[in-house]
Design a protein around this ligand. Structure first.
Ligand code: M6R
Length: 615
């Protein structure tokens, strides 16, 4: 997490840095700061909290702003040290001649800190990052220049980093480095830019080079040189043209990005089906899958690795792939996958699912699987991400940029990728009847319209939000294909409202969680017509008998439900296997309206970041 930007050229650096940081706020908003290099000094300006606080403070530094044409900036998601001004980046050497910004985690910072303190360096923050600047300063004492000092320091640090370094002694350059954290150099005319992600620089240039792990670069205003950290060898790279247009991010009249993004879902589905599902009697076209039909038929298993909401989409994927292709599927949180001996080989298809394509745990997991010979299929919303670059097959979900930290439309788009993939595999293997596939496809094509129906009847959801907004806890129950939706509904609610929400398999309630039920506990049951309808209804009755307050999210119009449920949120009927698309959206809205009712920061909930780039 954290976002970094850098500028070197003839323009004033501060506004470019601030604008860049604005585009990176999705990576964290605990604090922000800039270091502006002027003739006389490095001016460090920082503020706790959101970027707007930095903008206010910056107004007091007009002289530095007017005279600085080189600068680095940072937006922080705290890892080491509380989110306050002291721990905000940039960090400076004791001589105040070197400043750095950092994204990542330095794992051996404690040992380094002890040794640096012994050598006289005084630390002011609780961050791991501060170690790097003191280490560079220490190396600088014996190195011939800043480049060698940085290179020597990089050899001594372990962990993940994207770094920008500036020095008063060599005011014509920014030194940047990368290991397991994204960084790109945007190439301009007589000016260059550095950023963690494209949106921060796309207004200025479409030409860029990506730094790879263990590379560092000297960036001047008219050129850049890239080197290998270990060998010091110079690396030639041809700049790429970024696949992006500058976009003005707008809420389109909605109060929050989250609400806007929820409403974009019908169109997201249309986009994902376009050119892939061309007719219900024609096979799915998924040219993105590069596994040969032969290899696909010979697959022994599939492993899906993801985190958070993406993992919930993966759980739906497991359900449908197993149901229709007969291939065993495991879903695992990336953070668990990476610290055990996973049984993965060339006959395992490994699917990484990630909105951002930058989630550190998922990147590590897919690289681990790749090393064992598995074909890596990535489902992501970012075709330019690290995961996309590592992929053997890449399905870009095309949800469009998602600003709200709480994922909504990217999840629906991921679900669509799984439906398409499931049909593609089943049709390639010949294990689904044409009529059955046609029935599913027909209903898939109806999904946008049915979702529009859901989105135009929000009264009940708002009423439910109003009634239950002050609940301390919230339980979601479901079974079968909607169990992941119960998990997702709970995640959405806790992310943005901070209510302690949990999703349970309805059948598991009686094995423990039922003990928590009383007249204060809302239990929302996802009750879609299909094979487990009656079972969930019984579980809901069991909850009712323990005095819980029952809410139904249902496609049933059975009048008898009124005697069990305090609130009934109706959704259109749909083939059960597609129902997660329909059931998730009311839960996104419920979370939204509860958070909004409570006056929470919906788009940027506390403690979170959109892209989790640390393990
Ligand atoms: O970018 P990714 O899909 O890999 O991110 C995974 C999770 O961090 C993400 O889904 C997170 O749980 C969201 N905030 C959910 O709303």
């Amino acid at each position: 997490m954290c976002g970094i930007v850098g500028y070197i050229g003839n323009k004033k650096s501060a506004p470019i840095l601030v604008e860049g940081l604005k585009k990176l706020e999705y990576r964290g908003y605990d604090s922000s700061g800039v270091a502006l290099l002027t003739d006389k000094k490095i001016e460090i300006i920082k503020a706790e909290g959101k970027l707007k606080n930095l903008v206010e403070v910056l107004a007091n530094y007009t002289s530095a702003q007017n005279s600085s044409h080189i600068g680095i900036g940072h937006i922080r998601w705290a890892t080491h040290g509380v989110p306050n001004e002291l721990n905000a980046h940039p960090h400076m050497s004791n001589s105040e001649r070197i400043a750095i910004v950092h994204n990542g985690i330095i794992e051996n910072y404690k040992e380094l800190k002890i040794s640096l303190e012994k050598q006289g360096h005084k630390f002011y923050s609780q961050t791991d990052t501060e170690t790097i600047v003191h280490l560079i300063a220490q190396e600088k004492k014996s190195a011939k220049d800043l480049k060698s000092a940085v290179q020597n320091a990089l050899k001594k640090i372990q962990g993940a980093y994207a770094l920008c370094v500036i020095s008063l002694d060599e005011p014509d350059k920014i030194i940047v480095a990368r290991k397991n954290a994204p960084l790109l150099i945007g190439i301009g005319e007589g000016e260059n830019f550095i950023a963690s992600d494209i949106p921060a620089i796309i207004e200025h240039t479409k030409k860029a080079v990506y730094l790879e792990d263990d590379e560092f670069a000297i960036v001047k205003n008219d050129h850049y040189e890239i080197y290998d950290v270990l060998s010091g060898t110079k690396i030639e790279k041809t700049p790429e043209i970024l696949p992006w247009e500058p976009i003005a991010l707008s809420k389109n009249g909605y109060k929050h990005f989250m609400l806007k993004e929820i409403h974009e879902q019908p169109d997201v589905i249309r986009k994902n089906l376009f050119n892939r599902l061309v007719a219900i009697d024609r096979p799915i076209i998924l040219n993105e899958v590069k596994l040969s039909p032969e290899n696909l038929k010979n697959l022994e298993r599939i492993q899906i690795i993801a985190c958070g909401t993406s993992m919930h989409a993966a759980l739906v994927g497991k359900y449908i792939i197993e149901e229709y292709t007969g291939i065993p599927v495991d879903v695992e949180a990336s953070s668990e996958y990476i610290y055990r001996n996973t049984i993965t080989n060339a006959k395992t298809l490994v699917i990484g699912v990630s909105q951002s394509g930058e989630t550190a745990d998922t990147i590590t997991a897919i690289r681990q699987a790749k090393a064992k010979g598995s074909h890596i299929l990535i489902i992501t919303n970012r075709a330019d991400s690290t995961m996309a670059r590592d992929a053997d097959s890449l399905i870009c979900v095309d949800a469009g940029i998602e600003v709200s930290v709480a994922a909504t439309k990217s999840y629906t788009a991921q679900l669509m990728s799984f439906y398409l993939l499931m049909l593609y595999i089943a049709e390639t293997k010949g294990c689904i009847k044409t009529e059955e596939a046609a029935k599913i496809k027909e209903q898939m094509l109806q999904l946008p319209q049915k979702l529009e129906e859901v989105l135009s009847h929000k009264e009940k959801i708002k009423e439910c939000a109003r009634i239950f907004a002050n609940s301390k806890d919230f339980i979601f129950i479901a079974r079968g294909i909607n169990f992941p939706v119960a998990l997702e509904g709970a995640l959405k609610l806790k992310e943005i409202s901070y209510i302690n929400a949990t999703g349970y398999s309805a059948g598991e309630l009686k094995h423990g969680p039922i003990a928590m039920l009383d007249e204060t506990m809302p239990v929302l049951a996802i009750l879609m017509k299909g094979r487990v309808y009656d079972k969930i209804l019984s579980n809901a009755e069991e909850s009712k008998a323990r005095h819980a307050r029952l809410i139904a999210l249902t496609s049933s119009t059975d009048e008898n439900l009124k005697s069990i449920f305090e609130i009934i949120i109706n959704v259109p009927e749909i083939n059960e296997i597609l129902s997660p698309v329909i059931t998730t959206v009311p839960l996104q809205l419920l979370a939204y309206y509860i958070a909004e009712f409570l006056g929470k920061d919906v788009d940027q909930p506390r403690n979170l970041a959109k892209s989790v780039t640390v393990e």
